[in-house]
Design a protein around this ligand. Structure first.
Ligand code: IPE
Ligand code: IPE
Ligand code: MG
Length: 236
C-alpha cells in the first residue's frame, strides 16, 4: 500500500537509509577505511531494533551500489566478507525478533557463496511479520528499471498494457510500499542511484554525522522531523 494525502502521516511505513560516510569516519580517526565499514556494520542492529519498536513496516538499507565495484579490490573484498558475516549473524539474532529478511538486488549476479547465505536467511525468516528488512547490495536503481522494462518486452506486453503498476510489480521491491522517508548520513545531499522510482514522493532527511555515528537517537530525530512534514502528493 502506498501513502496518499490524508493518511496518518506520523509514522512512515517505509524508511530507506543511505548508509554513507564509513570511510571518512575512519579517516577522521587515523584508521583505514575498512575499520569504518566494520564500525558501520555494528550500527545496523540498533537501527533495526528501533525501527521495529517504532512500528515501521519496511526498512531498506543501502549497503553497496552497482557503482561501488569501482572501488579498489581489497576494499570491495572486505565489504563482501562483512556481508557474509552479517548474513550469518542475521540468521542467529533476528529470527525471533519478527524481522523478515529480503535481499534487494539481482541475486544471480552475486558470488555463489553469498547467494546460498541469502537464500538461507530469507528462508529462515520467511514467516516473521513485524517488519521486512531489505538489504540493498549490488543495487542500482537504473539497472533495476532497465530489468523491469526488459521483462515487459520478454513477456510480449503491448505498450498500452503497460502502466505504473506494471513497472512497480517488476522491480525488486514488488509489493513493497513506496518510500516515505529517505535518510542519508554523512552530509552528502544526493540519492546516488537508490530507489529512484520508489522515492517519487519520499521525504528526504540528511544527517550530518557519518554512518558509524548514527544511532537510535539520531534515527528518532529523523522520524520526528518526518512527523512534522506536510505531504501533499501533488494536491493542495
Ligand atoms: C558507505 O561509506 C559505505 C559504502 C558505500 C560501501 P563510504 O565507504 O562511501 O564512506 P565515505 O563516503 O567514503 O566516507
Ligand atoms: C552510496 O554511497 C552507496 C551506499 C551507501 C551503499 P557512495 O559513497 O557510493 O555514493 P557517492 O559516490 O558519494 O555518490
Ligand atoms: Mg560514500
Amino acid at each position: 500500500m502506498t501513502r496518499k494525502a490524508g493518511d496518518d502521516v506520523r509514522t512512515p511505513h517505509h524508511v530507506a537509509i543511505i548508509m554513507d560516510g564509513n570511510g571518512r569516519w575512519a579517516a577522521g580517526r587515523g584508521l583505514p577505511r575498512i575499520k569504518g565499514h566494520k564500525a558501520g556494520t555494528a550500527v545496523i542492529e540498533e537501527i533495526i531494533d528501533t525501527a521495529v519498536k517504532m512500528g515501521i513496516k519496511h526498512l531498506s538499507l543501502y549497503a553497496f551500489s552497482t557503482e561501488n565495484w569501482r572501488r579498489p579490490e581489497p576494499e570491495v573484498s572486505v565489504i563482501m566478507s562483512l556481508l557474509r558475516f552479517y548474513l550469518r549473524l542475521h540468521i542467529s539474532r533476528f529470527c525471533n525478533k519478527g524481522v523478515r529478511f529480503h535481499f534487494l538486488c539481482d541475486l544471480e549476479a552475486m558470488p555463489e557463496s553469498i547467494q546460498r547465505d541469502v537464500i538461507e536467511v530469507e528462508t529462515a525468516t520467511a514467516k516473521e511479520s513485524e517488519m521486512v528488512f531489505h538489504l540493498a547490495v549490488n543495487y542500482g536503481s537504473r539497472a533495476e528499471l532497465v530489468k523491469a522494462v526488459q521483462s515487459c518486452i520478454k513477456d510480449g506486453l503491448k505498450p498500452e498494457a503497460i502502466d505504473e503498476s506494471t513497472i512497480s510489480s517488476r522491480l525488486w521491491t514488488a509489493g513493497v510500499p513506496d518510500v516515505d522517508l529517505l535518510i542519508r548520513t554523512s552530509g552528502e545531499l544526493r540519492i546516488s542511484n537508490f530507489l529512484l522510482w520508489q522515492c517519487a514522493y519520499a521525504e528526504f532527511y540528511f544527517a550530518d554525522c557519518h554512518w558509524p555515528d548514527f544511532n537510535q537517537n539520531r534515527f528518532r530525530d529523523a522520524l520526528e522531523a518526518f512527523a512534522s512534514r506536510d505531504r501533499r502528493f501533488g494536491g493542495i
